[in-house]
Unconditional design. Structure first.
Lengths: 280, 351
């Protein structure tokens, strides 16, 4: 894993909305497998995703995808280069089926244009069928194959979030950004989500970055965790290192709690308030 | 991606079957077959010149609304220059034909021109949303009609007639003196082609991508959809279709005047679209049928007609907010529909 550049690297990233500095010099390197990104609300986690996917331009710093600078690349060019993502509130086409929504994740893979589609050329139809097969396999991983032809708006929110994760993963982009995939999910859906994600991580070399408020979930899934607070990385390392870092405890719970909680040796789930500015 | 296939799972959504168990292609063939026979019905039927005119009008406005529907219903772009392109198609084809270009060729040329103009105005329009887009494109459509009206005063070569009023050289006959009615059948064939193109486009990758542009515009970039490109394509296709329909319309009305293409035509197009069902493939046909038939039936009521049409439209929209095309599903989902399906006789016919 140490050979070659890291799948995703952020160098000295600065972002400001007007006078409001959201990210102040973030340096992070994400390797393949699961990476956790945690921090209190308003820490800049979603903004960081938005910078990587090109929705927000950084005022300074660079984003490297497998060593290549992504500056000046359009959003869809970044997807073509290999970035997939989900959103805090699922962004599905509600009057389209689950299958169609998942197929949108393969948009960049189609080699034949719409003219070939219109004329129903055999090669275009083969391509479509293969895309649908891949989507079905991905939906299968998240227990969604049975509802593949159901309209997205008739699914519960938990399933909609799973569809979004499937859409982000179906093209198997080298870097996948998941923004709070487990927030709002019931226990069953979380189990399905984790099983699906673990299955994919075991079979591929994808770099999966997860923003999550549920600390236990992140700690159980991610061998590497970075903690963001007020636009700065205040701690990074293994779950054990991070959860015992006094700076992290202070950021999450305030100064007074730090000593007491250290004594309790931490098995704490941090609050699940998910009103995060800059979520869109 | 693994090549393991799952043969037991349907990759495509199973299509519902008709009441008698026939598939969709059969239903469409039947519908067009009936449409081809309509003008030949015996006396007392729909074979007079008056009815030919009404039926042709329905076909032309269905074609036009199908193009409009792709832009408004699928791509979600409230581009209101449609009447302008319709006018450009009508005048342009007429003028080219008089210069010796075969009518169908002239039609396609104007279609391409309108597609290009549509794409050009879509460049700024793609940055606008909702009402702002509507106002900008509305102004552009009016500008096109104004150019037709005032153009001849500025440029000699633009022969759209004084104040844009001019007669049209006849190409297709509309059944004068019990002659053939080539315009109706030409329109029917063009409608069939338009329908098939729209069917393939909206059911496939284009359709779902346009839906994404409509519903999750802001998220299209991060999931890899070049939304602007698709908006341009939708503007282009709808411009092309509008020009074709306009060219047929010129042959139908035989005398062009800018008044026929001003905002009342646009309102007419919007009513057809909304009545029929925005974003439904059969919406345009149902909307055009309802609106044109009701308008013709009430012709003798003169001024009262407008009031009756207004009330009828309000009732239709209140009862069926998603248009006539949503009616079958509404019936199916209703208690009445479920009762029907459970009746032994109905089970004989449905699959």
């Amino acid at each position: 894993m140490s050979d070659g550049p890291a799948p995703l690297e952020l160098r000295n990233l600065h972002v400001a909305f007007g006078g409001n500095r959201v990210l102040e010099g973030v340096d992070l390197t994400f390797g393949s497998g699961f990476n956790g990104l945690i921090g209190p609300n308003g820490a800049g986690k979603t903004t960081m995703f938005n910078v990587v996917s090109g929705y927000v331009a950084p005022s300074q710093g660079e984003v490297l995808l497998a060593g290549k600078d992504l500056a000046n690349r359009s959003q869809s060019a970044r997807v073509a280069a290999g970035i997939g993502r989900t959103f805090q509130a699922p962004k599905l086409v509600l009057d389209a089926s689950v299958m169609e929504n998942t197929l949108l994740g393969l948009q960049q893979r189609y080699r034949w244009g719409h003219l070939a589609e219109l004329l129903r050329m055999p090669w275009a139809r083969t391509e479509e069928r293969q895309a649908r097969r891949d989507c079905m396999n991905m939906l299968e991983r998240f227990d969604l194959a049975d509802v593949a032809h159901t309209e997205a708006d008739s699914l519960p929110l938990g399933s909609q979030k799973l569809v979004e994760v499937a859409r982000a993963l179906v093209a198997e982009p080298p870097v996948v950004l998941l923004d709070e995939p487990a927030a709002g999910l019931g226990a069953d859906d979380v189990t399905v989500l984790l099983r699906g994600l673990r299955g994919i991580a075991a079979e591929t070399e994808l770099c999966i970055v997860i923003i999550e408020h549920d600390l236990q979930l992140v700690a159980s899934l991610c061998p590497y965790i970075a903690v963001l607070d007020f636009g700065r990385i205040i701690s990074e390392g293994t779950p054990d290192e991070v959860t015992h870092d006094p700076a992290v405890i202070e950021a999450y719970l305030g100064h007074g709690f730090a000593a007491r909680l250290e004594a309790e040796s931490l098995g704490v789930t941090i609050g699940e308030d998910d009103a995060n500015p800059g979520a869109e | 991606m693994s090549d393991a296939t799952i043969p037991s799972r349907a990759l495509y959504k199973p299509r519902p079957r008709g009441v008698l168990g026939y598939g969709e292609p059969a239903a469409v063939a039947l519908l067009f077959g009936v449409a081809a026979l309509l003008p030949h019905l015996p006396y007392g039927g729909l074979n007079g010149p008056y009815w030919h005119g009404v039926l042709t009008g329905i076909l032309i406005h269905t074609i036009s609304a199908m193009g409009f529907n792709l832009l408004v219903g699928w791509a979600g772009q409230l581009g209101l220059a449609h009447a302008g392109f319709f006018a450009l198609g009508a005048y342009g084809t007429t003028l080219l034909y008089e210069d010796g270009v075969p009518y169908l060729v002239a039609m396609v040329i104007l279609g391409v021109i309108c597609a290009i103009v549509g794409i050009v105005i879509a460049f700024p329009a793609a940055r606008l949303k909702g009402f702002f887009l509507a106002i900008a494109t509305l102004a552009f459509g009016e500008l096109l009609v104004k150019l037709i009206e005032l153009g001849p005063e500025m440029w000699d070569w633009l022969d759209t007639g004084a104040s844009g009023g001019r007669s049209v050289k006849k190409v297709f006959s509309i059944g004068e003196g019990n002659g053939p009615i080539t315009l109706y059948f030409t329109a029917l064939i063009i409608l069939l082609i338009t329908y098939l193109v729209m069917l393939v486009l909206t059911r496939g990758r284009m359709g779902r991508t346009l839906k994404a542009v409509k519903d999750i515009d802001i998220a299209t970039g991060p999931i890899g959809i070049p939304a602007t490109r698709y908006k341009l394509v939708a503007f282009g296709i709808s411009g092309f279709v509008a020009a074709i329909a306009g060219a047929l319309y010129a042959q139908d009305i035989r005398f062009l005047s800018p008044a026929a293409f001003k905002d009342n035509l646009l309102v007419f197009m919007l009513v057809i679209l909304v009545l029929g069902g925005v974003g439904r493939i059969w919406g345009p046909l149902l909307g055009a049928m309802f609106y044109i038939l009701i308008r013709e039936q009430l012709a003798s009521f003169q001024i009262l007609r407008l009031i009756i049409i207004g009330i009828a439209l309000m009732i239709a929209i209140l009862a069926l907010p998603y248009g006539f095309a949503s009616l079958p599903k509404r019936i199916q989902d209703s208690r009445f529909g479920k009762q029907i399906r459970n009746m032994p006789l109905a089970r004989l016919f449905t699959l």
